[in-house]
Design a protein around this ligand. Structure first.
Ligand SMILES: Cc1cc2nc3c(=O)[nH]c(=O)nc-3n(C[C@H](O)[C@H](O)[C@H](O)COP(=O)(O)OP(=O)(O)OC[C@H]3O[C@@H](n4cnc5c(N)ncnc54)[C@H](O)[C@@H]3O)c2cc1C
Length: 373
């Protein structure tokens, strides 16, 4: 099948790209949007699922609701990508495109960490969060470890949020005094681009007796313990893990990756192949792996494709700016505003938790839901 624009992956990047192209080009957009799943789930919803605030079913946004001029959604699994020919094989056939965008996100490499099992002791997949929602309430005594198995990983603040929300849950069940909480992170501080955010999180950990072990990775999960990459072992009765990430196999097999991800021009998201872009978590852009950066990058790719269709020059450059909301526990939400490409050094400004930010986070999700679906 021939498309004007073939978008691989309907996550933050693919959904924003397809929506923008449809808004501007209407029925002429000629977008085929492919994803193996039947629905989209916001990353942060996985924390809500794990801590029993909602069910997995209620956070699924079905792709069948996408109804936009010039956009066709295809539920297919991509099995091969040829960036030279702009041809893609799926379990349903062959697609070719004038413009090809790889937005397949980051996958999880569970095999890199002995004892880590997808869908069981990690909260970065929906099945994992769902499984842990059944396990966390029965943890009433012992040592909990929130552990990261490799960097880079999606949404750097998410494991800090998991620590604070676990604390809340244990306080609510009256068992906090019987349990320890330790956070193991390969990052030296909770949010390295923003010292003020890191300081606020470290303060929140100290107030709640949560131990932070920074600059260390979880190397293996064992019965009753977690092995760290500095040779130490720490006791562990409940492991809430963040798996090591890597590009999906189909992207690695396409030969497009270097050091695990697809290299692109950070300002244009162009790959070395003409009319082929990569954006979001699958690409090496110089920004963290987060939805807010993926959608910003997708808007720049959309502008380039629109300019190409109109035979105009493309002027939009990606600025690497974005805001991430951080759950501080107790129903409080803070925000970090980061700028990765605007100056010689990345900067991150911290907005302390407030009621206004609780409402802003809700609006972040609902505005995208309304725009994309
Ligand atoms: C616990 C947690 C909390 C988070 N919190 C936040 C937050 O508060 N703010 C924020 O901005 N980000 C957050 N994130 C990160 C955010 O979810 C990701 O960075 C974002 O989804 C990346 O967007 P993407 O489009 O690059 O990839 P994705 O959204 O991962 O989309 C990739 C898509 O490609 C599809 N795909 C992959 N391989 C194939 C294949 N072979 N065939 C067909 N389809 C395929 C997948 O099904 C998927 O739908 C969080 C993540 C987690 C796990």
């Amino acid at each position: 099948m021939e498309s004007r624009v073939l978008v691989l992956g309907a996550g933050f990047a693919g959904l924003e790209l397809a929506t923008t192209l449809s808004e501007v080009l209407g029925a002429d957009a000629g977008v085929t949007l492919i994803d193996a799943n039947d629905s989209f789930v916001f990353g942060y919803s996985k924390l809500d699922v794990m801590f029993g605030r909602t069910s997995a079913e209620s956070v699924r946004l079905p792709y069948s609701a996408i109804d936009k001029p010039g956009v066709r959604f295809a539920r297919e699994r991509i099995t091969a990508i040829d960036p030279e020919a702009r041809t893609v094989e799926t379990d349903a056939g062959t697609h070719t495109a004038e413009h090809l965008v790889i937005a397949l996100g980051a996958d999880y490499d569970a095999a890199a960490t002995p004892g880590l099992e997808l869908g069981r002791n990690e909260f970065y997949s929906v099945p994992g969060a769902e499984h842990l929602a059944g396990v966390v309430p029965s943890f009433a005594e012992g040592n909990a470890v929130i552990g990261v198995c490799g960097a880079p990983y999606k949404c750097p603040p998410a494991p800090s949020e998991a620590c604070l929300l676990l604390h809340d849950q244990l306080v609510a069940s009256g068992t906090r005094g019987n349990c320890s909480i330790t956070f193991v992170s390969p990052l030296g501080t909770p949010v390295p681009p923003s010292p003020a955010t890191s300081e606020a999180l470290l303060e929140a950990f100290a107030e709640r007796d949560i131990e932070f072990l920074g600059g260390i990775r979880v190397a293996a999960v064992e019965p009753g313990a977690v092995a760290l990459d500095d040779g130490r072992e720490i006791p562990c009765d409940l492991f809430l893990g963040v798996p090591k990430h890597r590009a999906p196999d189909v992207v690695i097999e396409s030969g497009m990756t270097e050091d695990g991800y697809v290299p692109v021009d950070s300002r244009t998201l162009a790959t070395r192949h003409p009319n082929v872009w990569a954006c979001g978590d699958v690409a090496t852009v110089g920004v963290p792996k987060a939805g807010v950066f993926a959608e910003g990058a997708a808007r720049v790719v959309a502008a380039a494709i629109i300019a190409a269709v109109r035979e105009e020059s493309a002027d939009d450059l990606y600025e690497g700016r974005g805001s991430c909301y951080i759950e501080f526990g107790g129903g409080r939400v803070g925000r970090v505003d980061v700028d990765f490409l605007g100056g010689p050094q990345s900067t991150g400004v911290f907005q302390p938790p407030s009621d206004a930010l609780v409402a802003e986070k809700v609006e972040f999700g609902s505005s995208r839901r309304a725009r994309w679906f």
